[in-house]
Each structure stands twice: as C-alpha cells, then as structure tokens.
Design a protein around this ligand. Structure first.
Ligand SMILES: NC(=O)c1ccc[n+]([C@@H]2O[C@H](COP(=O)([O-])OP(=O)(O)OC[C@H]3O[C@@H](n4cnc5c(N)ncnc54)[C@H](OP(=O)(O)O)[C@@H]3O)[C@@H](O)[C@H]2O)c1
Length: 250
C-alpha cells in the first residue's frame, strides 16, 4: 500500500449506498477524490452501483453490509480493514420507511423491524467502526434522519407530516436524532451530526424509491446536507441538525 496516498486520501463508508441518496452521496464524495466504501445489503445491487461509479473514475470498494446483522457488520469491518487502518467519515444512510401503519394498528413487530434498520442499525455500525474512526485525524459521522424525526416539525400543523398518522418511521428518526446528540456529547473527538435530505421550510423532499419518486428535489439536492456534514473540517460543529437550507429545529 502506498504510504502517502494512504494517509492523505479521505475515506468514507456509506450504508445503503446502492441507490438513492446513499449512491448519490457516494458519487459526489468520490468526485472529491475520496475513497468510497459503498455499503449495500444486497451484493449484486451493490456491485452494479460500484461498477458504475468505478467506470466514471471513482475509487470505490463494495462492502456487503446489512445494518440489521451483527455478523454482516463485523464482516464489513474486516473488509474495510483490508484497505485502510482508519476511516474518516461514516454516513449512516440506510433507512427503512416502514408501512405507514396508523398508530392504532401499529404492532411491536412492525415498529421493531423499522427500528432495527433506522435505530439499531446506526448504533450497530457506529459501534463497530469506532476504532477505525478513532484512528482518523478528523473523524465525522453523519446520521441521515428526517424532518419526520423532529418534534418541531411533527407538531407544526402547517407541516403535512403532522397529519400523517404513523408511529414507526417518525419515532425511529426521533430516536436517531437523540442518539446522535448523545454520541456527540460523549465523544467530542468525533463529529456526530444529523442531516435531513429535504427542505423543511418548503415542505420538500428528494425523489427516491422510498417515496415512489414523489419528492420535488433531485437526489443531488437531497444530498447537499449530507455532503456538507461529511466535509466539515476539524473546527466544524458536532451535535447539529441541518437540512439543505441550514439549521433544522429538533
Ligand atoms: N428521500 C428523502 O427526501 C428522504 C427524506 C427524509 C429522510 N430520508 C432518509 O434518507 C435515507 C436514504 O433514503 P432514500 O430516500 O435514498 O431511499 P432509498 O432509495 O429507498 O434507499 C434506501 C437505502 O437503504 C438501504 N437499506 C434498507 N434497509 C437496509 C439494511 N437493513 N441494511 C443496509 N441497507 C439497507 C436500501 O437498500 P435496498 O436497495 O437493498 O433496499 C437502500 O440502499 C434513509 O435513511 C431515509 O430515511 C430520505
């Protein structure tokens, strides 16, 4: 391994990067010359995405990674370690929307499956990659949350989400927001920040499979907040929540 390139090239692992916002974040950060560890729970879909980025010149390594599986996450750590002894940026992007079951009908089983991806997933992955992050100069963790995880947004009658009655997704993202703040407070040497892909004030979100492409923003616009937080420098903030327009209310 080339010692110079090894110490100078920024590296990032992105979960759920085979499509949507994760893939777009991978494409954009690779465009800055970063080494991208492209996480995908399905190896075939991930390989296809990684090959496309590589064809455009990206330095990309496919990392099979199901955030709901301890074994898969452990194997991902081993694979990343074959390429580097430190990780600069972790983007916990993988997310599950759930089935938008109204609260009266929501069961623990349904909620649990959403939490497994959106809450336990980021904890599982963050915990496993902490040693690699701690070996970096300016480690950054970006949690991809949602306006739906904001108490301020969900309790605002002018926000459409206030009238969408569901439990699992919004509460999972609220938990993720708090988890991020708690990590940020406890681990000041690592930056932990929350990005939501949308524009809260304009009630806009990004068109992806998750919303059957009903979003009004492109994936490029949707990743602006994610990319910004991934690229903050050593004196940048920790424990903040932003959308693409700026600070977001918790
Ligand atoms: N689009 C928006 O405007 C918007 C708004 C608010 C929040 N978000 C958040 O943004 C993130 C990305 O969503 P998206 O809009 O880009 O949706 P998407 O295109 O549906 O992408 C979701 C990604 O997460 C992956 N994933 C799901 N469960 C996983 C698991 N157990 N392990 C690993 N990967 C898993 C999916 O993999 P498969 O392809 O295998 O299913 C896919 O790669 C999510 O956290 C979402 O909640 C998006």
């Amino acid at each position: 391994m080339n010692g110079m390139a090894h110490t100078e090239q920024t590296s990032a692992l992105i979960t759920g990067a085979n499509k949507g916002l994760g893939l777009e974040a991978a494409r954009r950060l690779a465009g800055h010359g970063w080494k991208i560890f492209l996480g995908s729970r399905d190896e075939g879909r991930g390989r296809e995405a990684a090959d496309k980025l590589a064809a455009d010149g990206a330095d990309v390594v496919l990392v099979p990674l199901d955030v709901t599986s301890d074994e898969s996450v452990a194997a991902a750590v081993r694979l990343v370690r074959e390429h580097t002894d430190r990780l600069d940026v972790l983007i916990n992007n993988a997310g599950a929307p759930g089935r938008a079951v109204p609260p009266a009908d929501a069961t623990v089983e349904e909620v649990h499956s959403v939490y497994d991806t959106n809450v336990y997933g980021p904890i599982r992955v963050t915990h496993a990659f902490l040693p690699l992050l701690e070996a970096a100069q300016n480690p950054r963790v970006v949690m991809v949350s949602s306006g739906g995880g904001s108490f301020a947004v969900v309790t605002d009658p002018n926000q459409p989400v206030s009238a969408m009655h569901e439990l699992a997704y919004s509460s999972s993202k609220a938990a993720l927001n708090m988890i991020t703040v708690r990590y940020a407070q406890a681990l000041p040497h690592i930056k932990f920040n929350v990005a939501t892909p949308g524009e809260i004030a304009n009630r806009k979100f990004a068109a992806t499979d998750m919303n059957r492409h009903t979003g009004q923003l492109t994936v490029t616009e949707g990743t602006d907040s994610i990319v910004r937080l991934a690229m903050i420098d050593a004196d940048g903030p920790s424990g903040i929540f932003v959308d693409r327009l700026g600070p977001a209310a918790w």
